[in-house]
Design a protein around this ligand. Sequence first.
Ligand code: FES
Length: 107
Amino acid sequence: MSHEIQISVIDREGLVHHLLAPTDMNLNIMEVCKIHELPVKGECGGMAMCATCQVYIESDHILPDPSDDELAMLDQAFFVKNNSRLGCQIHLHEALEGLRVRLAPES
Ligand code: FES
């Protein structure tokens, strides 16, 4: 049986996209954005090495703490805010129903 959650992604023009995302495929936010053809490059393929998947977390969901690799990448990235995360490091599961993120500007 497949499970899905809905997440909201605000693009760089301010448009809100409501995306359905399966929770049984270990997908991350970067991958779900690419599946829905949102302008997220994900250049490193999800290795926490490029920051082209940076998003701002706009809902109150509790997320796992960033890894040292994610923190190191965000340290070098542009447009980083307190609520910045690498989309490729956020894997989707049931508890993230209703998650709302905004795409960071492209650097
Ligand atoms: S896809 Fe490169 S850091 Fe996320």
